[in-house]
Design a protein around this ligand. Structure first.
Ligand code: PEP
Ligand code: MN
Length: 338
């Protein structure tokens, strides 16, 4: 239910309503809007709560939330959520760009990548230190050593670090180095991991599982939001279809579809979505045109030597070109870009 308070509700009123909702065995999420404060009362529905709450003096009205996800829904909050990490701004008219190698490989590779990403105008730097690889024999990442290199790259450039965390036990450690925690596609429904990142005060970039529906995707986001972390970014990274000309199929209708249902920002990853470097620039341009709030792009100083995902990694020159082309579309849409 959404408990809409009358205009001008004081902090005491909000606290009092929160207490009443929690006494009903429901969780209360307070959302302070520009005009009204609403409280989302979430939990197993019993009997009569709606009427009881509607009868309170401070309450204007109580409306049921129809979507299966609650806190992620536009029904609760119509203003877009803007996620910020250092100079990286995603959402609310800002197209934030995160670029960098698939994996952190060495100090030299990471520092060079960071300088090239900075040069491109992107504000976020990606790089996996813990890598979810399909084969156990593939490079698994430099782990904490990789996180240290990412933190050093941030010191060098000021870029916000986006890196994956694969298990609840590592959340605290990864959060101590990273600015944004990435949940990989394979882990979209790892509910303990989602809850663990929900307890941290760092933004979360949640990737869509390759076979997840939109409702499953939003319910995964709901796990993070329900723990109190409101800084969630959704990332479309392609789904599994019968097609084999691309690594995955990148459905850009996801962007406007989600826009109608959630206030959370939506980023597109055309690198994993296509698996082919030459397709990344056009699909980046298309993503911005479709209304994406950001891009996640793989770039390697020397893609042919990359330890993972070389075929889909842009060269530094291709990244610069992609940025220039997207900027034109962003300007036309009056969005800030970078
Ligand atoms: C990645 O970003 O390098 C990655 C592993 O992506 P995904 O989880 O989308 O496969
Ligand atoms: Mn990758």
């Amino acid at each position: 239910m959404i408990v809409v308070l009358k205009p001008g509700a004081t902090q005491n009123t909000v606290d009092d309503m929160t207490r009443r909702i929690e006494e009903m065995g429901l969780k209360a999420h307070v959302i302070v809007g520009t005009e009204r404060t609403v409280i989302a009362a979430v939990g197993e529905k019993r009997n009569g709560e709606q009427e009881t709450l509607a009868a309170c003096d401070a309450v204007d009205k109580v409306v049921p939330i129809l979507a299966p996800y609650k806190i992620a829904s536009c029904e609760i909050k119509s203003e877009p959520t803007v996620v910020r990490a250092l100079d990286l701004v995603i959402g609310g008219g800002n197209v934030g760009v995160i670029a960098g190698p698939c994996s952190v490989e060495s100090e030299e590779q990471m520092m060079l990548s960071a300088a090239q990403v900075k040069e491109s105008g992107a504000k976020g730097l990606r790089g996996g230190a813990f890598k979810p690889r399909t084969s156990p024999y593939s490079f698994q990442g430099l782990k904490e050593e990789g996180l240290k290199l990412l933190a050093a790259a941030r010191d060098l450039t000021g870029l916000a670090i986006v890196t994956e965390v694969m298990t609840p036990e590592h959340v605290e450690m990864v959060a101590s180095y990273a600015d944004v925690l990435q949940i990989g596609a394979r882990n979209m429904q790892n509910y303990h991991l989602l809850q663990a990142v929900g307890e941290v005060d760092k933004p979360v970039l949640l990737k869509r599982g390759p076979s997840a529906t939109m409702d499953e995707f939003l319910l995964a986001a709901e796990y993070v939001l329900d723990q109190g972390n409101s800084q969630v970014v959704l990332c479309e990274r392609g789904i599994r279809t019968f097609e084999s000309h691309t690594r995955f199929t990148l459905p850009l209708a996801t962007v406007p579809y989600l826009r109608e249902r959630t206030h959370l920002p939506i980023v597109v990853d055309p690198s994993h979505g296509t698996g082919v470097a030459s397709l990344v620039a056009p699909m980046s341009v298309a993503s911005v045109a479709a209304g994406a709030d950001g891009l996640l792009l793989e770039m390697h100083p020397n893609p042919s030597e990359a330890l993972s995902d070389g075929a889909q990694s842009l060269t530094p020159e291709q990244l610069a070109d992609t940025m220039t082309r997207c900027q034109v579309v962003a300007d036309a849409l009056e969005m800030s870009f970078g």
